[in-house]
Design a binder for this molecule. Structure first.
Ligand SMILES: [Zn+2]
Length: 386
């Protein structure tokens, strides 16, 4: 099956041309063959196909690559959000209430919730999603959450070190022993990534190092939650261990930025978190100007960011974090792919996965310019219209 999309007013390929990292093309066409992109060019020179979709002057971008989510959980924390909007401060410990609800849920309940979130994301243009554990915090429950996540994505992250569970509150090092021992043994078969929340109220730098090094020794690739609630050593640890990404990075020092700029570690900004916890936004402009590779992700979770909308994150990143619309769209597609060390998604080029979004707008600028408006008109995932 060959599907040709023609008359694309603005095509974002993310194949850099000159000083345009978005590789923007006008009056473009894309040929999908099976699950892959077969050809990209102008409408005039387009090859024949079995099916032709006329974009009629609209924009096409790569499917969003959401490289940070926590989608396997039960319950919600609406009351906590309400209290926070009334002035209460966010603390990492709120994670424990979701842990209790998640442990009490059945596999089928968690699976139904997870699939609901994925449908919600697909409808908003997200075609690749990373999913973390971290609401089980026991050997059996962490294994269970990763097994459920692996049913729907290859980008599965073991985050047993999300927070110290209540039953280990006075003995955090014993909990780390569990994470790097029996829990890691049970989780390795389902996971690609190892992650840790390196933050005051979660895990110290030495504890985080233990977790990451144990995962690396078992073949998992590292990524790190750090510098969300205040400055710390998490960025340096992530860079030293060659992490694919450090996520949050709301409070960064000049030394952190220098370390990131000279590394292959992506900084994944999560605007939904600052929005939902009423924290100051990170200065993406400063990071981009320093040469740091920036990704945008939703961090969908019931505590600190219960949005699954990449267009929303783009709008906030442009409005409040100093990114241009082009930079924000790149960060939400190619940036997310870099954060997952993938080169087959986040890009529209021959041989890449045929994951595309047709916007009901003539340019990607509208994603920030028309916040809150459902602009996703059509989505292809692995070449199939969904
Ligand atoms: Zn997170």
């Amino acid at each position: 099956m060959r599907t040709l999309i023609t008359n694309i007013a603005e095509l974002t390929t993310n194949v850099a041309v000159g000083d345009d990292p978005c590789g923007t093309m006008n009056d473009a066409a894309v040929l999908i063959e099976g699950e892959l992109i077969a050809w990209v060019g102008t409408t005039e020179g387009a090859p024949s196909a079995d099916e032709v979709v006329d974009a009629a002057g609209r924009a096409v971008i790569p499917g969003f690559v959401d490289s940070h989510s926590h989608l396997v959980f039960a319950g919600d924390r609406a009351a906590e959000f309400e209290a926070r909007m009334a002035g209460q401060k966010y603390a990492a410990g709120g994670i424990r209430s979701t842990v209790a609800a998640t442990r009490a849920a059945t596999d089928d309940e968690l699976r139904a919730r997870l699939r609901g979130f994925l449908d919600e994301m697909l409808a908003q243009g997200t075609t690749t999603v990373e999913i973390k554990s971290g609401y089980g915090l026991s050997v059996a429950d962490e294994e269970r959450l990763l097994r459920l996540a692996a049913e729907v994505t290859p980008e599965v992250t073991f985050l047993g070190a999300h927070v110290v569970p209540a039953e280990y509150a006075d003995r955090p090092d014993e909990y780390v022993d569990l994470v790097v021992g029996p829990m890691l043994d049970a989780c390795v078969p389902h996971a690609k990534w190892i992650d840790v929340f390196c933050e005051t109220g979660a895990f110290t730098v030495p504890q985080s190092r233990r977790v990451l090094e144990a995962g690396i020794a078992r073949g998992l690739a590292p990524r790190v939650h750090a510098s969300q609630l205040g400055p710390g050593e998490g960025v340096h640890l992530a860079v030293e261990l060659g992490a694919a990404s450090i996520d949050h990075g709301t409070y960064l020092t000049e030394a952190d930025i220098d370390a990131l700029a000279g590394s292959d570690t992506v900084l994944t900004l999560l605007p939904g978190v600052e929005f939902s916890t009423r924290q100051p936004y990170p200065d993406a402009r400063r990071l981009l100007d320093a040469g740091v590779t920036v990704a945008l992700a939703c961090d969908t979770n019931p505590g600190s960011s219960f949005t699954s909308s990449m267009p929303f994150c783009i709008a906030v990143a442009v409005r409040d974090m100093g990114m241009t619309p082009a930079e924000a769209v790149w960060a939400a597609t190619a940036g997310g792919a870099r954060a997952l060390r993938r080169d087959d998604v986040g890009v529209i080029a021959p041989g890449a996965r045929a994951d595309l979004v047709l916007l009901d707008a003539p340019t990607r600028i509208h994603l920030a310019y028309r916040p809150g408006v459902p602009l996703v008109r059509a989505v292809w995932k692995d070449g199939a219209s969904v």
